[in-house]
Structure formats: C-alpha cells, structure tokens
Design a protein around this ligand. Structure first.
Ligand SMILES: [Zn+2]
Length: 666
C-alpha cells in the first residue's frame, strides 16, 4: 500500500504574500452531480486595495464580476485550462460563475495529481481539487473562507473547516462551513454518503466533532474508524499540543484516492476496506493536522512535514510494537536507500513533495531517520520538548527546517547546525566500515582498539558498536564511538575479553549498507537502469506472460542510471532447476521447495554483482497471474504465490558487519 499524500497547493510554492493579510472568501456553491453542473458565487475581501489575480478554471463562464461595487466586463471565454482574471486594484470582488464539471473517472488516481486534477462529478462522487480552479482562487496567497454548499437531497458534501449548520429540506441538502485559519486552498467533496458522528472531549479540553462520510457499502466500518480517530487525537494532543481544529472527518472516495487535508482525509472506498489502514495511514493523516496543515512547510526550502509525520506516526507505531519491529523498519528504509540509483538521490532540502518512489526514500524515510538520529543525540525528553516548542511557535505559520532546528536547539541547549547541515544539504550517506580491530589485555581488563573508516568528505557521526565478550554477565556491550574523519581509531576499555565487534547492527544510523547487509529485494528490479529478461520457455503463452510481467516490473526503470543490473529469469519449475544447475548456481531455496504454490519468486545476488530475480511457475496462467500483484512486493526477497495471492513471503536475513577478534588476538 502506497503511503498517503498531503495536499500540496501550487499557491504556496510562490511564497505566500507577506505584505497583505490573508484574503477572505464568502462562497456559495450549488452542485448537481447528475447533470454535473456547478453554479458559484463568491465575495472576496482584502484588507487593502491592491493588484489581485484570480485563477478560475477555463471550464467556467464568468456570469458577473464587480470590483469595489462597480460592474466590470468579465474576460471573454478563455481557451486556457486556467483563466487568469487580472485586476489592477481591488478590495472587494463579487463574482458569479457557472459551468459543467468533468465526468468522474473511477479509475483516476488522485495520488499522482494531488490538487491539480480537473474538478469532476458524478452521483457516486464529486471531487473538486484545491488547485483546479473550481472557485476563483487568489493567486500567490493563503486563503480564509466561509462556504455554503447546496446539493440534491441524498447527497452530502463538505470542505475542510467547522460545520456551522446543515439541513435537508425542499429536496436539497444545505451545509455551511467556516475555515478562519489561513489555508492552502479549498477542496470540495460530495457523494451519496451515510454520515456517522461522535463528539469527543479531548485531553486538552477542547470539543471535536468526529465524522465519517462513507458510501453505503462501507457504512459498517464507521464505528471502528471513529474509535481510531479518537485514539490518535488523544495520542498527539498529549505528545504535541491541542488539536488545532474543531472537526475531523474520514471521507470515502469512489476513486483510489489518498489525500490528507486540514480537518479531514479523503480515502478510496477500497483503501478504507483494508484492515491495516486504521492502524497505519489513518494516524499519519491525523498527524498531518499538526505537521503540514497546522504548520505549513516552507516548500521552497524543503518539506520537513513528511519526514516528521513518518517518524511520529508510521515509525512510532512500529516502535510501540517493540524493538524488533522498529529495527526492521529502519533496516527496510536503509535497504530501499541502498537499492536506489545514485542519480535519483538528492539532498533532503531539495525534497518538496512526493513525486515517485525514489523521492519517498529520501523525503519520507531518510527524513524520518534524521529525526530518529536527532532523538538519539539529544534524548527523548529534549526531542519532545523541541516538538512542543515548534508547535507553540509556528502554529498556522510557514516554517522551515531552520525553524525546526531552532526549536530543537533551544530545547536541548545544543548547537545543531553541523548535525542538520550534513544530513539536509548533502545527498548520499556515509559508508562506514571497521577497518581494523585489536584487543589487548590491560591491568584489570581489556582494551579494544577499533579503527573505523568512511569515504570523503567525512561525516561527523556517532557510531554504535556492539561488542560480544567472554563472561559478560549482561550480554552484549554497546558503546558509541565518535568519528569525524575518514579514518579514526578509538580505544574502549572493557571488563572482559571481547570476541567480536559489530558496526551498528541495529541500524541506528542513516548510512549506505554494505553488500551483505542489504540482501537483494525485488525493489532493485523496479529501480534498475539495466533490466534484462530471459524466458526459458518457447511456449507462446509463457512468452507473452513473461513479456507482460517484465514490462510491469521494469515499468519505472528504463532511462535510469545503472546501479545494480538486474536479470529476470522466467521459466517452468523444471526448466528453472535445470538452468540453476547449468549456471552453477545454488539450487532453489528450501522455503520454495519445488511444487509449493503455483509460482515462486526469489532474488539471488550473482557473483558479478548482478541481482537475479527468478520466477518459477507451474504453467502459463500461473505466470500471467503474477503481473498485477508482484510489483507491489518490492520490499520482499522471496514470495510464494497461489494464483494472484502471495501466500508466503520474506526477506533474506541481513549479515551485519562483524569483526571477529579471537583469531587475531591469540
Ligand atoms: Zn504524509
């Protein structure tokens, strides 16, 4: 399941107008999803007269326009997607417009287009994205608004904000909303919703109205979702500070959407049915009301909000499951990073939104790892204090990485310029290794001398070393060693004889994994710049299915820089066994004994550094069944399929970097 995305408005990329106060809209919108018509009326008030440009979709006709009480000729019918209505000076604008919305395409995925898709409508769902020009947005500015919505009876709809009143009478549903904070734009959703509601008194004492707007076919899930939202609001109020809004709603979409906005999240019906969404993505979206929609990232200087949200939501939930789950998450992040083509890497400050898989590796995962390392460096108490301070100081403001650093510096009393500098402005990661290690007896114990090395230019890092020792009553000993150069030797005094020393075996640092630490996973095939495929069967059905699978798996590779060459080998079970034997390769792994399942997929690192992906199937239909599911399992090293269903899967174990001391010491 792809992680959900926060709404990102183009308006903010052109820095918000600092000189003038935030313009206020007073909107009335009437929508008929059957006819796909929209009629709108808006009064826009600015605190002082000055030039204003309004952006309205070219789908709409401006029926009337008046500026400061004087009627103005509306611009002619524009051919552009977005018509620009340029006014030399305005303090109050009254505008009416109308037009026909695009027919809703159920297969449309808003994850790719975010706020820029066309305004679309149908009886099963209406979605008017913030940046689509469905209302006259003020260019280059945050906006406050009040909105009155008018829909046919049976339909329900909403925008982000406080629900002031609603009614159903005379064959119409009407609702009024108020959003007094500066917002990044207005998105509107409607559909044949069943609404469930609960009032919550939060830890901070404020009242919050929780709602689900669900299509009838998923109405049974409403209660569970309301329970979960209440839990998340409680968690984050205690951790960060009071929830900044009066509502939170989960809204279902007929399209496979995943969007977060202030006061609500808009998720596909099929997404909402998935059992794990309540325990993962939902919390992530709730937290975006603090990070992203409560404090706005300064996009031009890097989006910190996804990393902080990933750390305090997705990662925090894994940490609550226990240390092993948390370690596995950090390893998965580092493994994804290790399989990313270097050309896709970029400095964290250059991450502004999520565009594809590679930027998630940096913008979400590397950023979350930076927050993890920061907490390790300054301690959990100072970290939490920094988070609370940042929230107090920046609520409803545009804040940068520098503002975050400032909050953590004041909370910890430490200068964090070097820490943030190296992790934010440098692409890449340190490649750390143990260059040498020796143990010598001392009076009353042992001295371990460890030489650590890294490439140039060196990072300044605190490297955890885990030492296995004879007679150590409390098991392994963990020590941190500071490394600031390309090569440094540290001396550690130990009470017992050390036997072996491992470099960061729990993956507590953002670094480039050594080959043995990063076992091959399918994701390498999806990101490789040099994909090749062998089909071992001449049968036409197998050939066609093999081509189809290769196309799906290598879909996004193509013109990438070569990092790890990947060869896909596809055949019937017997042909694969014969090919492995002929190539002098290890036989099929025990977990995938011949005959189990209808298809088996596994990765192998070949001697020449190439990754092989072996696909062994019972017959052509078994192969054809893999094309759709397999690209979703990039994190796995091996899978066992029955038809299109993955019945078993796993990752080959990572081999930590260990230096054995015993033979050298004797
Ligand atoms: Zn997010």
């Amino acid at each position: 399941m792809t992680r959900l995305v926060t709404l990102l408005a183009a308006l903010l990329l052109a820095a918000p107008a600092a000189a003038r106060a935030v313009p206020a809209h007073d909107l009335s919108v009437r929508i008929d999803p059957q006819e796909r018509t929209l009629e709108g009326r808006d009064t826009i008030r600015l605190d002082s007269a000055g030039p204003v440009t309004l952006l309205l979709s070219g789908r709409f006709r401006v029926n009337s326009l008046s500026v400061d009480g004087r009627m103005v000729r509306a611009p002619g019918s524009p051919r552009e997607a977005l018509q620009r209505i340029v006014l030399r000076s305005a303090r109050r604008i009254d505008i009416r417009w109308s037009g026909v919305l695009v027919a809703l395409d159920r297969s449309l995925d808003h994850r790719g287009t975010l706020s820029y898709g066309a305004p679309a409508s149908a009886p099963e769902g209406t979605y008017l994205p913030a940046g689509s020009g469905w209302y006259p947005a003020v260019e280059g500015s945050l906006e406050r608004y009040r909105l009155a919505l008018d829909l046919p009876a049976g339909q329900r709809g909403l925008v982000a904000g406080r629900l002031m009143e609603e009614s159903e009478a005379g064959g119409r549903y009407r609702a009024r909303f108020d959003f007094p904070q500066p917002s990044e734009g207005i998105a509107l959703m409607a559909g044949p919703y069943r609404v469930e509601q609960r009032r919550l008194r939060t830890a901070a004492g404020s009242g919050v109205r929780l709602r689900t707007y669900f299509h009838p076919e998923i109405a049974e899930f409403a209660r569970g979702y309301l329970d979960s939202i209440a839990g998340y609001l409680d968690l984050y109020e205690r951790w960060i500070g009071a929830y900044p809004f009066s509502e939170f709603s989960v809204v279902s979409s007929p399209t496979p959407t995943g969007l977060g906005m202030p006061t609500l999240t808009y998720l596909g019906i099929e997404v909402l049915r998935l059992p794990f969404i309540r325990s993962t993505s939902l919390g992530h979206e709730v937290l975006h009301n603090w990070w992203g929609n409560g404090v706005y990232p300064d996009y031009a200087h890097g989006n910190w909000a996804e990393g902080l949200t990933t750390f305090m939501a997705d990662y925090a939930y894994r940490e609550r499951e226990g240390g092993e789950a948390a370690t596995a998450t950090r390893l998965a992040w580092l493994r994804d990073y290790a399989s990313m083509p270097p050309g896709d890497d970029s400095a964290l400050v250059r991450f502004t939104s999520r565009t594809h898989g590679a930027s998630q590796v940096v913008g979400y995962n590397k950023a979350a790892m930076v927050f993890f390392m920061l907490r390790e460096a300054i301690g959990a108490a100072a970290f939490d204090e920094g988070v609370r301070r940042f929230w107090r100081e920046q609520r409803f403001r545009v804040a940068s990485w520098d503002d975050l650093r400032g909050a953590f510096e004041r909370a910890s009393g430490r200068d964090l310029a070097a820490f943030f500098g190296q992790w934010l402005s440098r692409p890449g990661a340190p490649d750390l290794r143990i260059a040498d290690a020796r143990a010598v007896p001392t009076i009353g114990g042992w001295r371990l001398e460890v030489t650590l090395a890294q490439g140039a230019p060196a990072y300044v890092v605190s490297v955890p070393l885990v030492i296995r020792a004879i007679q150590s009553p409390r098991g392994d000993i963990t020590r941190r060693v500071e490394l600031g150069g390309e090569r440094d030797t540290a001396a550690l005094d130990l009470p017992h004889e050390p036997l072996a020393v491992a470099l960061d075996p729990d993956f507590r640092m953002f670094r480039r994994l050594a080959a043995a630490e990063a076992p091959p996973i399918l994701r390498q095939a999806m990101l490789t710049g040099s994909p090749t495929m062998f089909s071992l069967s001449a049968e036409p059905g197998m050939q066609v299915a093999a081509q189809d699978l290769a196309a799906k798996l290598f879909e996004r590779s193509g013109a990438r820089d070569t990092v790890i060459p990947v060869t896909l080998v596809i055949g019937l079970h017997a042909d694969i066994d014969e090919w492995l034997a002929g190539a002098g390769m290890a036989p099929r792994p025990p977990a995938l004994a011949a005959g189990r399942g209808s298809a088996q997929v596994w990765t192998v690192r070949a001697g020449d550094g190439r990754t092989l992906v072996l696909v062994s199937v019972r017959d052509a239909p078994s192969l054809a069944a893999l094309a759709r599911p397999l690209p979703h399992y990039g994190q796995q090293s091996w899978l066992l399929f029955e038809g299109a269903r993955a019945i078993e899967r796993g990752v080959w174990p990572a081999q930590p970097q260990v230096w054995e001391l015993r033979p050298a010491a004797r």
